[in-house]
Design a protein around this ligand. Structure first.
Ligand code: CP
Length: 314
């Protein structure tokens, strides 16, 4: 593929290839082995039109570990503030001949649109409520390393599913790999028609968490609720916040995940998040670097193959 815009078009074998490569990068990262030849001579531009800690930092680190020239566009200080459109901004940067463009945008579909206007590889770092493909891939790698497999697991995704691109990408990825997916949310935060994706739907945490292998918690995405129903945090934590009593319904060796940023005491009890016997939240962050290295490595291979050898002299 030319771009990584979402999980939807990926075949299970492509997912496995990427995870295998990411797994080897994860081991090399732990041993301090860099691979600066992989993206040497290539330019990576990170454009984040929405706040980020994990995704932005890990894409930057991933590019640097692979030897790319990495530029972070500070979108808050850019000419977007003077009214320049997304497309004009993209065309301007495209004229500087980048090879990899990493884009986060608050509008669903904005990254796909941008990819049609540029002639470099585009990686979606999260677009509105639509997709966050590298998050689903790093979650998949974390699950595979913790559980030894990525199929026939029972996985609960809990909380604000309606506004979550993380949930959407994970539902697609974990479904393609033949896992049983349970979605747990209050009716106001459950998207309609979601049962068509072959998932089970629950309103009650205790029922939904029964005997699952993986518990994936989500943040309340208040910034996407556009004036609609926003639950009280106290009430929400009481009914949907993951605490020891609710987690006791899952399998005794169930792992706890959260993509971050996390709101302690809202969707998750801080003690559960910090419990190194159950929580793999820090491992998720670590795998984020490895997965983004693998994604950019594979796209760069395709880019070089498409361009031919004469254009990639370093
Ligand atoms: N999980 C995630 O996308 O986190 P950031 O918003 O900090 O990048």
């Amino acid at each position: 593929a030319k771009h990584l815009l979402g999980i939807e078009p990926l075949h299970p074998t492509e997912i496995t290839t990427l995870l295998d490569l990411a797994d080897s990068y994860a081991e090399h990262n732990r041993r301090g082995i860099a691979h600066r030849d992989v993206l040497a001579g290539l330019t990576q531009i990170n454009m984040f039109f929405e706040n980020s800690t994990r995704t932005q930092a890990s894409f930057e680190l991933a590019g640097k570990r692979l030897g790319a020239d990495v530029m972070n566009m500070g979108m808050q200080a850019s000419s977007v503030k003077k009214g320049e459109t997304l497309i004009d901004t993209a065309l301007t940067l495209n004229a500087m001949r980048p090879d990899l463009l990493v884009v986060r945008h608050p509008h669903s579909g904005a990254v796909d649109l941008l990819a049609q206007k540029v002639n470099c590889a585009v990686l979606n770092a999260g677009d509105g409520k639509h997709e966050h493909p590298t998050q689903a891939l790093l979650d998949a790698l974390t699950i595979r390393r913790a559980k030894g497999r990525l199929h026939r697991l029972s996985i609960a995704i809990c909380g604000d599913i309606a506004h979550s691109r993380v949930a959407r990408s994970n539902i697609m990825l974990l479904g393609k790999m033949e896992n049983r997916i349970r979605l747990i949310a209050p009716p106001t935060l459950m998207p309609s028609g979601v049962a068509d994706f072959g998932v089970e739907v629950f309103e009650n945490m205790e029922e939904g968490l029964k005997d699952v292998d993986v518990v994936m918690m989500l943040r309340l995405q208040k910034e996407r609720m556009d004036g609609g129903f926003i639950p009280s945090e106290r009430e929400y934590f009481h009914r949907y916040g993951l605490d020891a009593a609710k987690l006791a319904h899952a399998k005794p060796d169930a792992i706890v995940m959260h993509p971050g940023p996390m709101n302690r005491g809202v969707e998750i009890d801080g003690n559960i998040a910090d419990d190194i016997n159950r929580s793999v939240i820090q491992e998720q962050v670590e795998m984020g670097v490895a997965v983004r290295m693998a994604a950019m490595d594979l796209l760069a291979q395709n880019l070089r193959a498409a361009r031919g050898p004469q254009e990639v002299m370093v």
